[in-house]
Design a protein around this ligand. Structure first.
Ligand SMILES: Nc1ncnc2c1ncn2[C@@H]1O[C@H](COP(=O)(O)OP(=O)(O)OP(=O)(O)O)[C@@H](O)[C@H]1O
Length: 507
């Protein structure tokens, strides 16, 4: 009986509170409400031992979203999805997650920093000109903010360390969650038919990683360490007075993994890729414009640099040399045709690599690839411009083991020894080894794939031996012909000498 009475009293009390609150909401304009709240805050803050800091979503100009707010949101999103009871789901631009769960409005979550407890609340104000903002949802002038509360005895720790920690951590998480993009420069028509190239992008989802890259472990580690040093080298580069950028030259025959390595680098660094097609760039001015547009944390790639540019200033000579080759190879002919419109010069490119505006944006990697490193102008690839030269070569045993793990999930096998020996004798690219390791039908097992590779290596070995024999035969014939020529010349000289002797009457 007593219980029932208590419940009915509580019920009517609740009803009264809700009624008063509704009246307050309905008949108190939002600006008056906010003023009342601010007076209440002032009075309570005298007795309240906690400090509150707010981080509004928009600062200064209404349209500019505060970076601090975004970082806090990311930080709290990462922690709140496990602890908050009320969450909201959002689709976040540029994130690789389809839905991001973050704390809902008016939800509070606790955090701890060096043993000190703090509280975060997500809220929104309704300050503005709308007298009855409750009739809209969300109110058109709602301003979101995060509120951080902590005990005043920890003021220094929180304001000097914790907030900085949250902002940095937020940026780090955002960078990890970011969806990578692959940019390419494509021709576009501007005003009055003016043609230029502009960056356009697609989502970059290449699965390559250093783990799956087939190359010697020692070499791989060296590259990883180099990249890590570069990534954390902001202060170091500032100290030595050098722009925060690093150049890599990747060279080696086709199919040895140059493009795969670039993809692995982009994934490892979490940088966007800018694949620059030099032949489509009109001139040095356009090149500069394109490159200035590349932001921090990006990798600029120029593939097959030897085919893209008149790098030596000897284009004519090179052209003549390649004329016969081009006749045979339609790809080369097409490339030449395409590059006819480009006036980008070697000096224009060098200017970009070490010109002062190359420092704009910072934290950039520049990669050139080539199949013919000897053809490049030494000025282009000297250390300081291309800081690290990486050779990607034919498949060795270590690289094969990585491929066997990738393609067949195989760490070791009785046939590995034979394959290792063959790889020492034959030049086969990782691309060809990988192709041979792939099962050709559903019936093919691991051993069949290894046998396929062995057969391919043996055929390649025979072909190499045949080619070598042919070359040796050709060289031998050439020597013989030269000898014959020499003998003929000798005979001719001897005849001339004996005729001369006869004419002069010596016997
Ligand atoms: N070192 C490697 N590690 C793993 N896979 C590789 C490697 N090299 C080649 N491959 C495989 O071979 C294919 C071709 O390799 P990739 O395009 O990276 O070679 P490339 O050296 O850039 O060739 P090109 O000079 O013709 O552009 C890749 O898709 C990849 O599957």
């Amino acid at each position: 009986m007593m219980m029932a009475e208590l419940w009915s009293q509580m019920g009517s009390l609740m009803a009264t509170i809700i009624f008063i609150y509704t009246l307050f909401e309905k008949f108190f304009p939002p600006n008056l409400r906010d003023r009342l709240q601010s007076y209440t805050h002032k009075i309570t803050s005298h007795f309240y031992p906690y400090i509150q800091i707010t981080f509004p979503e928009f600062t200064g100009e209404r349209l500019k979203r505060s970076e601090a707010y975004t970082s806090i949101q990311t930080y709290l999103t990462a922690s709140s999805s496990h602890t908050a009871k009320r969450l909201k789901a959002e689709v976040v631009k540029d994130s690789h997650k389809p839905l991001v769960l973050s704390m809902d409005d008016n939800e509070e979550i606790a955090d701890e920093f060096r043993g000190v407890k703090v509280w975060w609340t997500a809220s929104k104000t309704t300050t503005g000109s709308q007298p009855f903002s409750f009739s809209y949802y969300p109110p058109p002038d709602a301003k979101r903010y995060y509120k951080l509360s902590f005990h005043k005895s920890h003021r220094d720790l929180i304001t000097m360390n914790y907030i900085h920690y949250v902002l940095e951590k937020g940026k780090e998480i955002a960078s990890k969650n970011r969806q990578l993009k692959l940019f390419t420069n494509n021709p576009s028509s501007g005003w009055y038919g003016y043609k230029s190239t502009k960056w356009s992008h697609v989502i970059f989802e290449h699965p390559a990683s250093f783990e799956t890259l087939a190359m010697e472990e020692r070499k791989k580690e060296e590259i990883i360490k180099d990249l890590e040093k570069f990534k954390g080298g902001k202060e170091y580069y500032a100290k030595i007075g050098k722009a925060w950028k690093r150049g890599y030259l990747l060279y080696g025959p086709p199919g040895t993994g140059k493009s795969t390595m670039i993809a692995a680098m982009a994934n490892f660094m979490n940088y966007d890729l800018y694949d620059l097609e030099l032949t489509a760039v009109k001139d040095n001015t356009e090149l500069r414009k394109l490159l200035i547009e590349t932001p921090s944390k990006s990798i600029i790639v120029i593939e097959d640099i030897d085919c893209s540019l008149d790098l030596t200033g000897q284009r004519k000579k090179k052209k003549e040399e390649n004329e016969n080759e081009k006749e045979k190879d339609p790809m080369k002919r097409a490339q030449e045709e395409e590059s006819k419109g480009s006036k980008v010069t070697l000096s224009g490119l060098l200017n970009f690599i070490d010109g002062i505006w190359s420092a704009c944006g910072g934290e950039r990697i520049i990669i050139f690839t080539t199949n013919f490193v000897d053809k490049l102008d030494p000025a282009l690839i000297r250390r300081g411009r291309m800081d690290k030269h990486i050779e990607l070569s034919y498949c060795g045993f270590e690289a094969f083991r990585v491929l066997a793990k990738n393609y067949l999930d195989l760490e070791t096998h009785g046939l590995f020894g034979r394959i290792g020996k063959l790889l020492e004798e034959v030049n086969m690219t990782p691309a060809d080894v990988a192709e041979n390791l792939m099962p050709k039908s559903v019936d093919e097992g691991v051993e069949d794939c290894l046998i396929n590779l062995i057969k391919a290596l043996e055929i390649a070995k025979e072909e190499e031996a045949k080619k070598k024999a042919e070359e040796e035969e050709e060289a031998r014939k050439k020597v013989e012909e030269e000898e014959e020529e020499k003998d003929k010349d000798k005979e001719k000289n001897n005849e001339k000498t004996s005729e001369g002797v006869k004419e002069n009457g010596f016997h």
